[in-house]
Structures are given as structure tokens and as C-alpha cells.
Design a protein around this ligand. Structure first.
Ligand code: TXA
Ligand code: MG
Length: 318
């Protein structure tokens, strides 16, 4: 059952009092707090164990609400018209007078804004009437949550009793985090691939650069190990050991062996694979196994976002 008016009123009350509420979005579940309240934003960082140099996305109800917090140029306006509400986050110049905690920007003079399409997220934003800072609702570095149960698993003690309520909104339909596009420079810079692809952005905005290690200051959350299950992850597997889990993609009948197997999409559908990715990584993360072997996923379309998450899941742990 979707949350009713009483649940939204309760959630808005928690946010107004500086508490945290987990909310569903079409990408992943978020750990939300009032973006204008320093203590609330600080408690998001504390609950996640997130380094304070990694800024948060501020969720707004619509494009009109964005103007209060950022300078929205023609390019940003166009992108909002086309993709909001939806899985696109825009990094924009922050208005100095914005009534936002400085912590959400982690000291940068920019702010990341997104208007989520999920009806529960929309209803919450409308009810509370405030922007909501919300990173993915997982402990820093872990796999992102795509169901309310994943959120509960990540914060068994409610994140030190900071997380007061999980609004349930079913399984996230997209399953990988929003595309993050930096529009503060002359050329758009893709900080994180997502379901709005580089090709789709370029068709509207012209050439888009891909962020590299050299963009570390602009993209503080980009480089390190992330999305990591407990087990080691091995990419581009063409075989699987008896004590390994197999995360397959496409027809997998030729890969024999393995202790347990799940298929992201037996038909090779990238949309289905993205929606399954994080839940399957969690499900295969079992004690007693030596690792998770992952079959290759093509890099086209949504595959770029899937491979980005898989590479970081497999990156050396910090
Ligand atoms: O799909 C999503 O975007 C989800 C849902 C809950 O909306 N949120 C999410 O938040 O993935 P988080 O905090 O896990 O990832 C935010 C990313 C990080 O890589 C962070 O470094 C980047 O956005 N970011 C946030 N503010 C930024 C800024 N001002 N400049 C550059 N990057 C920024
Ligand atoms: Mg995250």
C-alpha cells in the first residue's frame, strides 16, 4: 500500500524537526533531511559514515523551485524541461543567498539539484515544502538500496536513531543513481553516468565531456571504491569457480559451475539489468563464497552506467 496523507504529514514533521526520512525515488532510495538545516545535513553524513568533502544532492519539487538555490542558465532550463522530474541531477552555480546548509555543497560554490519523478518523493516534497538533501540510503561505499528492506538492512539501528521513518514505495524502477551533469563550465561535464545517457544529453546540449581523475575537485565522489558488496568482485568473467557466485548477463548456458547464479537479464535487456543490478549484488553477497564473478555487460546506452557501478564495486577497497 502506498503511504497515505498521515504518513506524509509524519514524514514532514520529522524533517521539520531535523530528523531523517528514507524516501523512494525512481533511481534508488534516498536518506533525506532538510537541506536548510545544518544539524539535519550533518546527521546524514554521520548516519552514512560519509566523508564531509563529498557533497549531497538537493531534491526539489520542480524546475521553478530550483531558481531559489542556483543560477539556472539556458542550457539548464532546457535540460530541466526535457528530463525533470526524472533521473538527471544538475550541478549549477549556487546562489550565495540560498537558504541551504553550506554542508550540502561540501564547501564548493556549486549545488547539485534534482527533481525526482517517483510519486512518493514528489508527494513528500510537496507536503514538506522544503528542499530535501538525500544521498543514496546506504552506508558510505556500500551497494545502493532499491527496496525499503535494503534501507532497513543498511541501518539496523536506524543510523544511530537518526533515521525515523522509511517511506515504502516499492522497487525502484531504474535501479542506478541519477546521471550527474555539471553545467558550471563552458562545456557540460558528465560526472556520473546514469539512465539519461551521454548520447541523449549531447543531442540537446552539444558535446559533453567525460569527467576524469583530473576533475577530482568538481566530482569529489567519483573515484574511490564504491557500490561494494562484502565479497570481492571480478569483472568480465568468462569462467566461474566452484566457490564463486555468478552474476550473469544474457544467455548464460555456456558458463557452467559456480556456487549460485543470478542473471541481470537473460534476454540481454539493459533496462532490466540496471533495475536488477544492486538487488542481485546484495543477494549474491553470501558468507562462505570466495567472490562474485560478473559476465561482461555491453557499454552502450544504460550499459555505461551499469559498467561504471561494476568497475567501482570491483575497485581496490580503500
Ligand atoms: O539517483 C540519485 O541521484 C540518488 C537519489 C536518492 O536521488 N542520490 C544519490 O546521491 O545518488 P549520492 O549522494 O549517493 O550521490 C551524489 C553524487 C556524488 O557522486 C556527489 O559527489 C555528487 O553527486 N555531487 C553532489 N553535489 C555535487 C556538487 N556540488 N558538485 C559535484 N558533484 C556533486
Ligand atoms: Mg551513493
Amino acid at each position: 500500500m502506498p503511504p497515505g496523507p498521515a504518513a506524509y504529514a509524519e514524514a514532514a514533521g520529522i524533517l521539520a524537526a531535523g530528523g531523517l526520512v528514507a524516501l523512494p525515488t525512481e533511481t534508488v532510495y534516498g536518506l533525506g533531511g532538510d537541506a536548510g538545516n545544518d544539524a539535519a545535513v550533518a546527521s546524514i553524513f554521520a548516519a552514512k559514515g560519509r566523508p564531509s568533502f563529498n557533497p549531497l544532492i538537493v531534491h526539489v519539487v520542480d524546475a521553478a523551485a530550483a531558481d531559489a538555490y542556483a543560477r539556472v542558465d539556458e542550457r539548464a532550463r532546457r535540460a530541466m524541461e526535457l528530463w525533470w522530474p526524472g533521473p538527471l541531477t544538475l550541478v549549477l552555480p549556487r546562489r550565495p543567498a540560498a537558504r541551504l546548509s553550506l554542508l550540502v555543497s561540501a564547501g564548493l560554490d556549486t549545488v547539485a539539484l534534482r527533481s525526482p519523478a517517483h510519486p512518493v518523493a514528489q508527494a513528500l516534497l510537496r507536503t514538506c515544502g522544503r528542499p530535501v538533501a538525500a544521498p543514496s540510503a546506504n552506508r558510505s561505499g556500500h551497494v545502493s538500496p532499491t527496496t525499503p528492506m535494503h534501507v532497513a538492512d543498511e541501518f539496523p539501528d536506524g543510523g544511530g536513531a537518526r533515521l525515523k521513518l522509511i517511506l515504502a514505495g516499492g522497487r525502484c524502477t531504474i535501479g542506478v543513481e541519477s546521471t550527474v551533469l555539471d553545467l558550471t563550465g563552458e562545456r557540460p561535464l558528465l560526472l556520473r553516468p546514469g539512465s539519461v545517457t551521454k548520447e541523449e544529453l549531447e543531442a540537446v546540449l552539444g558535446p559533453v565531456d567525460l569527467a576524469t581523475a583530473a576533475d577530482g575537485v568538481k566530482a569529489p565522489g567519483m573515484m574511490t571504491s564504491h557500490y561494494a558488496p562484502g565479497l570481492p568482485v571480478r569483472l568480465d568473467a568468462t569462467d566461474v569457480a566452484a566457490d564463486e557466485a555468478l552474476l550473469a548477463f544474457g544467455p548464460d548456458q555456456f558458463l557452467r559451475g559456480g556456487a549460485v547464479r543470478l542473471n541481470l537479464s537473460a534476454t540481454g535487456d539493459l533496462t532490466e539489468a540496471a533495475a536488477n543490478l544492486f538487488a542481485m549484488l546484495r543477494a549474491l553477497d553470501r558468507p562462505g563464497l570466495s567472490g562474485i564473478a560478473v559476465m561482461p555487460v555491453p557499454d552502450r546506452g544504460l550499459g555505461a552506467a551499469i559498467n561504471d557501478r561494476l568497475r567501482r564495486a570491483a575497485a581496490p577497497r580503500g
